[in-house]
Design a protein around this ligand. Sequence first.
Ligand SMILES: Nc1ncnc2c1ncn2[C@@H]1O[C@H](COP(=O)(O)OP(=O)(O)O)[C@@H](O)[C@H]1O
Ligand SMILES: [Mg+2]
Length: 433
Amino acid sequence: MTRRGLKQLAGRHLPFLAGGAGVGGIAAAVPWPWTVTAGVACAVAFTRGPRAERIRERFAALSGPATAAAAKTRARTTTRRAEQSIPERWPSLMAELGFADAAAGAPTLDAVTVTPDVIDAQVTMPVKWGPGTWRKYAAAVSGALGGQEVDVQVEPVDPRDPGAPRRLGLTIDKRGLPDRYAVDSPPAFLVDEQRGDGVPVGVGVAGRPVVWWIDERPHLAIAADTRTGKSAFLRFLISTVAAHGCTVDAISGKTATAEWHNLDQLGGVTYHRNATAEFVAIREATELMQARYAEFDRSGTWHGVTPHFVIIDELAQWIGASKAKGRMEAAQAAFNLVSQGGEARIHFVGATHRWNLDQLGNGQASTAREQMGGIQIGRASRDALRMVLGDDMDPDVDADIPDLKGRAIVGSLGRGLGTQVCQLAYLDRVGAS
Ligand SMILES: Nc1ncnc2c1ncn2[C@@H]1O[C@H](COP(=O)(O)OP(=O)(O)O)[C@@H](O)[C@H]1O
Ligand SMILES: [Mg+2]
């Protein structure tokens, strides 16, 4: 592994923290049931598009007016019948959806599995289909089959042949994401030979764990309005990494973060409650990073380096509201960890109302993009989402997520992992640790 040069963050102010609401994120789905290492993984959840709506209307029209209850029963029966015969119905479904144009090439269904909760379909796509087309296709098919969320994975039919058609794996989740995802103890890390350590952060389509791969994306930008579950998620995150033996400096821009009151009881966690302690913590994290670099220079290996997390809640408030001198310098030092700390396993997590990573000057923006995953908790405008997700954001992602605590759009939580909707985990009992 090569050592990144130690760069300095320039600028007297921190323009990437914008006022207002919203952020974006980067997320990862555990590659099941498809292997995605060679392919592209992305997820969409926009089954409410105009086309899906039209299809739904058409289905409704088929069942006639009658009473609401009768219509419901008929819809259920129709859906059941539809599911039973999905392979037979596929050509006509394609025609209905407008994807059966032979000139443009028609997708062919290779395999389909239907359970009461999930439809898994594998489809070979026409060679000329790009991401825009397959995402629209996924959404339309999902909408027509009554899906709540759809997860899309793409890989070449023959990985050795770059010109080969690609196979589209669709997981259509009929239940949708759970409204809440409470856990009563911190889950174990996932370990992947390629990706390294993975911190489970929530649940995605078809009940798949959503994982933040900290060795691929060492840092995390979290954006959320007040009362969306930001601090509760951070408490979950802190407890989880601490349970895995990592060390954590927890800092909050709020004077009293009740969610965190008992974090100190966890081994390895220090919840700093005053500016002096916070500054010392950030300085020591920087020194730890430098010591690790020095050790790496000496031994040529990062072996045995335990992840250390610097986690700042209410970041903008923390920087702005304090009368304490030196807060800006401390913030700069904290952000230096983003460009420099990853390889040394010093991880920065910042939560605030709104991020704008594009505003990081002097080459910091692209570094931040390479290094940071992103999580937008709660709804945000497309612009707010893009500010934190940048080019990693799936342009078709449905930003119109339900207004639920812990419901999030996450992005790039690992290399090559796209944007998806996720229900973030939280620890149910305040006393849980
Ligand atoms: N994922 C979640 N599911 C259900 N309730 C939650 C979730 N996250 C937080 N809450 C509850 O919502 C309230 C606000 O959460 P909090 O984390 O303090 O929000 P924020 O830090 O965004 O202002 C708390 O009472 C918390 O227990
Ligand atoms: Mg909070």
